[in-house]
Design a protein around this ligand. Structure first.
Ligand SMILES: [Fe+2]
Length: 301
């Protein structure tokens, strides 16, 4: 209902999109957060789910490349539907939603299936059913090229139109998820970092510098990856060092095989899948202590 209202409102007025007021869904755990804090990468986004949610799923969406010949429309629609129907689901969006080819970019603009304006409108309508579930949104290099050339980022403008500019960050989104009950009625808290990503080696070096982050979601390489890591943490008082785990997930590109990927001999992608990290807790039956539990999952599309 809300989505339909939003759509109608924004379709009427494409000119004042930058000044659209913040309109969170009041039934969503994402509601009620302050607007206009979108540009500081170090501002932490907080997402609070209710206490009766004891397991949370953070879906990874990125490298969709709407407008490219290889864009897989059927796959992305299925992914959106799954996220939409999951009441305990959030979506971390890691950029390159559109192909946004310009005449000087590597992308062959003569092979694009939509103009840039059409890509923006298509993405707007495509994501509308799940915008209230987006917990992090960062642009990819394909959106950044418009920012470089024209001074405006289409993904930022879309977030404003969707009323979720408070989960947009220019380079990196740090999101703190809280849900369920920890101990003494306190919720469980996990922290995720979403970036677009760069080369595999650079990204691994980048995430290794963080402390206190449970999982990282990125894309860019178009090669899905599930990589569990840990840090060996030595505390001031501790007599032994302890392992602190963190997970890395690299999103599967939403592209059919062919075109640029074949020309450049990129690794052939697996069949399309919707990847997510499941977050929950485990209570020790003797000590009653709860520990964080994270696991990788994917739905074959
Ligand atoms: Fe990409």
């Amino acid at each position: 209902m809300l989505n339909i209202k939003l759509k109608k409102l924004y379709q009427q007025d494409n000119i004042s999109i930058l000044y659209t007021p913040f309109m969170p869904c009041r039934f969503s755990p994402f509601a009620g957060r302050a607007p206009f804090v979108m540009l500081n990468d170090l501002d932490i986004i907080t997402i609070d789910f209710p206490a009766d949610v004891d397991t949370l799923r953070v879906y990874a969406i990125g490298d969709v490349h709407v407008g490219s010949r290889e864009f897989d429309e059927q796959a992305i629609r299925k992914k959106i539907e799954i996220i939409q129907n999951d009441p305990a689901g959030a979506a971390a969006v890691c950029g390159d939603l559109g192909d946004f080819g310009l005449k000087n970019s590597k992308t062959n603009i003569y092979q694009a299936t939509m103009t840039i304006r059409e890509q923006i409108e298509y993405i707007h309508d495509l994501f509308l059913p799940i915008v209230h579930k987006i917990s992090a949104c960062v642009p990819g290099n394909h959106e950044q090229r418009i920012l470089r050339e024209a001074g405006t980022c289409p993904l930022y403008d879309l977030c404003v139109r969707w009323g979720i500019q408070n989960v947009y960050r220019e380079n990196m989104a740090i999101t703190r998820y809280s849900f369920g009950e920890w101990q003494a009625d306190k919720p469980m808290k996990f922290t995720g970092v979403t970036t677009h990503g760069s080369s595999r080696t650079k990204h691994k070096r980048f995430i290794a510098a963080f402390s206190g982050v449970d999982f990282f979601i990125s894309g860019h390489t178009h090669q899905s990856e599930y990589a569990p890591h840990s840090q060996l943490v030595v505390g001031d008082q501790a007599k032994t060092a302890r392992l602190v785990p963190y997970k890395e997930l690299v999103v599967d590109a939403n592209l059919k095989p062919g075109g640029y990927g074949i020309k450049k001999e990129y690794e052939i992608a697996p069949p399309p899948e919707l990847q997510y990290i499941e977050l929950t807790g485990y209570r020790d039956m003797y000590t009653r202590q709860r520990s964080k539990v994270m696991s990788y999952h994917s739905v074959q599309i």
